[in-house]
Design a protein around this ligand. Structure first.
Ligand SMILES: NC(=O)c1ccc[n+]([C@@H]2O[C@H](COP(=O)([O-])OP(=O)(O)OC[C@H]3O[C@@H](n4cnc5c(N)ncnc54)[C@H](OP(=O)(O)O)[C@@H]3O)[C@@H](O)[C@H]2O)c1
Length: 239
C-alpha cells in the first residue's frame, strides 16, 4: 500500500491508459479521482469520477478545488488526457491542429498550473505528464500530435525546475506502441506492425499494465529523487 492516504487526480482516467494507471494507484491504497468530459458507458467503474474539460481553465480550476474540498488533500496529478488527429500537415484542418494542441499541451499546462497550489499545501506532491514515442521520432501524418508531445516534454523539464522548491516533482511518461486506448488500432494493424514491429527490441507491443507500472514508479517514494525526467516505456524502440 505504497500510496495509502494519498489523493490523486488522473485526467482521462475513464478509459485506456489513464484507467489502468488509476487502477494501479487504487491497488496501492490511493484515493483516485478520474476526470474526463464524460464518465463513459460503465462510468469509471469503482473509481470516483469528476467531469472536466482540460481545455477550459475554469473547468480545470473547479476540478482541483472540488477534489481538494471533497478529500482534504491532493498529492498526485497524472495529466494523461490526450487526443490525436492524424493527417498530413498540408491537409490537416486548422481546427484539428488546434484541438490537439489545446487538449494535449494547453490541457497539461492548465492542469499542472491549477494543481500546484493544492499539491504544495500538504508537503508537496507529484505531477506525471504524458508524452509519446512520436515526440522524438518522425512519422508522416503525426505533426499535430508529435508537436504537442514534444512540447509537453519541454514543459515537464521547465516545470520540474520551477516547482521543485515547492516540494513538487514533475516527470513524464513516453509510451510507445501500446495495445490499449488510442494505440490499440496501431498495434493491431498488420501493415503498421510489419513496418514498426521489428523496431521494438523486446519484440512485442506494450500493455496498459506496462505503462501503469511505470506511472506507479513515478508516484511512489522510490522515485523521490527523480525530477524532470522523460521515462520511455516503449520496449526499446529505435527507428
Ligand atoms: N495508447 C497508446 O498507445 C499511447 C501511446 C503513447 C502515448 N499515449 C498517451 O497516453 C494518454 C492516454 O491515451 P489513451 O490511449 O489511453 O487514450 P484514450 O483511450 O483515447 O483516452 C483518452 C482519455 O482522455 C480524455 N479526454 C480527451 N479529451 C479530453 C478533454 N478535453 N478533457 C478531459 N478529458 C479528455 C478522454 O475522455 P473524454 O473523451 O470523455 O473526455 C479519455 O478518458 C494520451 O495522452 C496519449 O497521447 C497513448
Amino acid at each position: 500500500m505504497r500510496l495509502a492516504g494519498k489523493v490523486a487526480i488522473v485526467t482521462g482516467g475513464t478509459r485506456g491508459l489513464g484507467r489502468a494507471i488509476a487502477e494501479a494507484y487504487v491497488k496501492e491504497g490511493c484515493q483516485v479521482v478520474c476526470a474526463a468530459r464524460e464518465a463513459g458507458p460503465d462510468g469509471a467503474g469503482d473509481l470516483a469520477f469528476r467531469q472536466v474539460d482540460v481545455r477550459d481553465p475554469a473547468s480545470v480550476r473547479a476540478l482541483m478545488r472540488t477534489v481538494y474540498d471533497a478529500y482534504g488533500r491532493l498529492d498526485l496529478l497524472v495529466a494523461n488526457a490526450g487526443v490525436s488527429r492524424p493527417g498530413p500537415s498540408a491537409e490537416l484542418a486548422p481546427q484539428d491542429w488546434a484541438e490537439v494542441i489545446d487538449t494535449n499541451l494547453n490541457g497539461t499546462f492548465l492542469c499542472a498550473r491549477e494543481a500546484v497550489p493544492y499539491l504544495e499545501k500538504d508537503g508537496g506532491g507529484r505531477i506525471v505528464t504524458m508524452s509519446s514515442a512520436l515526440a522524438t521520432r518522425v512519422a508522416r501524418g503525426s505533426a499535430a500530435y508529435a508537436s504537442s508531445k514534444a512540447a509537453i516534454e519541454m514543459f515537464t523539464r521547465v516545470a520540474a525546475v520551477e516547482f521543485a522548491p515547492r516540494g513538487i516533482t514533475v516527470n513524464c511518461l513516453s509510451p510507445g506502441f501500446i495495445d490499449e486506448g488510442m494505440g490499440r488500432e496501431l498495434a493491431r494493424n498488420e501493415r503498421l506492425w510489419s513496418h514498426y514491429g521489428g523496431k521494438i527490441s523486446v519484440g512485442r507491443a506494450g500493455g496498459a499494465d506496462d505503462v501503469a507500472r511505470a506511472a506507479l514508479f513515478l508516484a511512489v517514494e522510490d522515485s523521490a529523487y527523480v525530477n524532470g525526467h522523460v521515462l520511455e516505456v516503449n520496449g526499446g524502440l529505435s527507428w
